[in-house]
Design a protein around this ligand. Sequence first.
Ligand SMILES: O=C(CO)[C@H](O)[C@H](O)COP(=O)(O)O
Length: 223
Amino acid sequence: MSGNADALKKAAAEAAMQYIEDGTVVGVGTGSTVNFFIDALAERKHDIEGAVSSSEASTERLKSHGIEVFELNSVADVPVYVDGADEINEHGQMIKGGGGALTREKIIAAVAKKFVCVADETKMVGRLGQFPLPVEVIPMARSYVAREIVKLGGDPVWRQGFTTDNGNWILDVHNFDIMEPMKLEAQLNNIVGVVTNGLFAQRGADVALIAREDGVQTLKVSG
Ligand SMILES: O=C(CO)[C@H](O)[C@H](O)COP(=O)(O)O
């Protein structure tokens, strides 16, 4: 990753700090862009109550900064969730899960009132689907789920050697022509053995902070 790409990720991540309110539990995603957000959040650690985290990696980084990480089950309210994306369109719909944390990400996103997506401009697309779509599967269902995905028009590739934080496996699905993201998200989740998939269409981002060379653009989808 070039220094310039990192500078854009950092700019987007730092712009998300304006959405963080004192005394709240902050929802924290996963990935290289979010790592910059965690580092920025550390500066406000005495103002916030703590965080809920979407991965073991983010939890470790949050704790290394002295930020308290709560179990999601013990938290009633997550006003803001900040996370990156592998692709995002103008409607705030995303492909996520390149880092394999899609299921916990989707759970916290569901709980959160506002989803703030932080990304550099390379993640903005007209139509989702260039990036292989991650699908988390229960290990014993891998072959069956792969066959069902082929029937839907995708080419699944097992991310061999990778196990999610939930103890499951990932199929990265290539060559999906994603005309109707919400429909495909539901179809995939309907296959027995799928835990969830990386299409965030039903619950997309409310705000996208897209870092470009000339500054961070705010795309408000809702909220
Ligand atoms: O969904 C994710 C992890 O599961 C990440 O948000 C996504 O992969 C983007 O990561 P990065 O900021 O490193 O480009």
